[in-house]
Design a protein around this ligand. Structure first.
Ligand SMILES: Cc1cc2nc3c(=O)[nH]c(=O)nc-3n(C[C@H](O)[C@H](O)[C@H](O)COP(=O)(O)O)c2cc1C
Length: 189
């Protein structure tokens, strides 16, 4: 079984990231290949990166970092739910990523990106550059949702279309395959 952490990358009040992540989590939780942990960065509430040492040393001085480290280390794979902000990805997600280093290493990553006109593609491209520095291995299938507001109903629930569902399915299957391939490499490192 793949321990899948779904990270909600936006923290602002009224964020769409929450219902989008709830959708991804409900699909993955109904799939017997996954044990799902939803990490809501609004709840976790990390301060701006405040560790004195480079994260690769794992000499964390703060309780919030030790907790975040243990939670991420326990995951085999990740899905980042990532809005596009000003042609890039959200600062809370960048901050949460930067806190750690080896905890991400050689683990698969799928991205559910969304935005106004863009489907979050520019944000996802910026994210890809950052995560490659950490040894996260990106899936080729990703969910990209343009005009996200059109998918949110009056109750604030996200309604996926057929293509979103298809791509999420492909992405989850790729995550399982990558998890199998990366586990031995991870243990060898
Ligand atoms: C600060 C800010 C910047 C944004 N920049 C972009 C952008 O560059 N491209 C885009 O397609 N949408 C952009 N949007 C629209 C967001 O993608 C959309 O509002 C989305 O709901 C934000 O995700 P969230 O609700 O989870 O915070 C921006 C929204 C905000 C709040």
């Amino acid at each position: 079984m793949t321990k899948l952490m779904i990270i909600i990358g936006s923290v602002r009040p009224g964020r769409v990231g929450l219902p989008v992540a709830e959708w991804a989590a409900s699909v993955a939780s109904a799939d017997s290949r996954f044990e799902v942990d939803v990490a809501d960065l609004a709840e976790i509430n990390l301060p701006m990166m405040d560790e004195p040492n480079h994260p690769r040393l794992r000499q964390y001085t703060h309780e919030h970092t030790k907790k975040w480290s243990a939670r991420v280390a326990a995951a085999d794979a990740f899905v980042f739910v990532a809005p596009e902000y000003n042609y890039s990805y959200a600062p809370a997600l960048k901050n949460a990523i930067d806190f750690l280093f080896t905890e991400w290493f050689r683990k698969p990553l799928g991205v559910v990106s969304y935005g106004g006109v863009s489907g979050g593609t520019r944000g996802a491209a910026a994210l890809r550059a950052s995560v490659s520095a950490l040894g996260l291995v990106s899936t080729t299938a990703n969910v990209e949702i343009p005009y996200i507001a059109k998918h949110i109903d009056d109750e604030g629930k996200f309604s996926p279309d057929e293509r979103n569902e298809l791509m999420l399915g492909h992405m989850l299957t790729e995550i399982v395959a990558l998890d199998g391939a990366l586990r031995p490499l991870r243990h060898a490192a």
